[in-house]
Design a protein around this ligand. Structure first.
Ligand code: CDM
Ligand code: ATP
Length: 309
């Protein structure tokens, strides 16, 4: 096989309920993931060794200078994992074209890891040995990071445990989003640690999160207004503490007519929901004019997970 090209979506967390810290240092979550039409593209082709190149997608202002191009890159780690599972050498050139913000709370690195799992499994598929099944890829994804299995699955899904144990959720229709990407990222471990610190300082113990019924009903009925009202992220206070300017971004979106506004995952990207495609276009133009973000991007969800093109 010569080259495999895979397209993989970003995510926004519709509900991120953060529970207590577990013994392994991770938090127990109720994580409602939603895949949106903002895509990274990864190409895998045979090479003499493991090679990696990263470029920004046309018109995107993704800070590719902050993406490692060595063995720390999650896509490279995914390729090494697939090779070791199949008992082959990781002789592959990976080219990543990024549109998903770096360290933005939209799981860009996890998306690239998912794309590399799919691409390398296909590239090294050989009649001599049993092919890797979807479940094998999901299990390897969970080994690489909590968000990786969802990038494989896509759509809308409820994640529990670290967020890696997924159940697809019933949804109707399409939701229209506007994302405000910030200049500079936030570290996911730092945001979780800040969430713990804020809870400690307030004398609060971590609640056991549960799936919000109003959110699931809004998704199942395709009711954008109800979805906007039900959006919730327990990491948002921590992200706002670490990056106070995000309050201005969220307020600008609300003032300009968003029917829902929240920080995406660990941030700093802010997500705004609009009722129609036209409303989203108007909101994007207005937010761009307000100058509260590095880049404004429109996207729709749900969309499929990592897909071979
Ligand atoms: C914030 C989210 O993006 C929401 O989907 C995820 O929870 C983070 O997923 P991720 O980036 O794939 O995270 P991982 O690579 O698995 O873990 C990075 C770090 O985030 C923190 N972490 C992550 C997931 C989780 N359930 N509890 C945590 O406390 C831990 O400090 C961990 O060391
Ligand atoms: N392929 C990759 N793309 C982007 N960052 C990567 C990649 N591989 C490793 N990294 C490292 O991971 C860090 C987090 O990047 P990423 O874009 O995945 O964050 P994120 O979107 O906030 O993740 P999440 O939403 O899963 O918490 C980066 O700062 C970078 O050092």
């Amino acid at each position: 096989m010569s080259a495999v090209r895979v397209r993989v979506p970003a995510k926004v967390n519709l509900q991120l309920g953060v529970g207590p810290i577990r013994e392994d240092g991770y938090h127990d979550l109720v994580n409602v993931f939603h895949a949106v039409s903002l895509f990274d593209e990864l190409t895998a082709e045979p090479a003499d060794g493991l090679e990696l190149a990263v470029e920004a997608a046309p018109y995107s202002r993704v800070a590719i200078g902050r993406v490692p191009t060595d063995a720390r890159n999650l896509a490279a780690r995914a390729a090494v994992l697939v090779a070791s599972r199949l008992g082959v050498e990781p002789r592959v050139r990976l080219r990543i074209r990024k549109a998903i913000p770096v360290a933005g709370g939209m799981a860009g690195g996890s998306a690239d890891a998912a794309a590399a799992l799919v691409a390398c499994a296909r590239l090294w598929d050989d009649r001599e040995r049993p092919a890797l099944a979807r479940d094998d890829l999901m299990e390897m994804g969970a080994e690489l990071g909590s968000d990786v299995p969802f990038a494989l699955l896509g759509g809308t899904a409820i994640g529990v445990g670290r967020g890696e144990r997924l159940t697809p959720a019933l949804t109707r229709g399409t939701f229209h989003w506007v994302f405000a990407a910030a200049d500079g990222g936030l570290s996911t471990p730092a945001v979780y640690a800040e969430c713990d610190r804020l809870r400690d300082a307030a004398g609060e113990s971590a609640p056991r999160p549960s799936v919000a019924e109003d959110l699931m009903t809004a998704l199942a009925t395709g009711d954008a207004k109800a979805l906007g009202a039900a959006l919730a992220n327990d990491l948002q206070p921590a992200a706002l503490e670490l990056r106070p300017s995000l309050a201005r971004t969220l307020n600008a979106g609300r003032d300009l007519g968003a029917i829902g506004a929240l920080v995406s995952g660990s941030g700093p990207t802010c997500a705004f929901l609009a009722e129609t495609d036209e409303d989203a276009a108007d909101l994007a133009v207005a937010l761009d004019g307000a100058g509260v973000a590095e880049q404004i991007v429109r996207a729709q969800g749900p969309v499929p997970g990592a897909t071979v093109l």
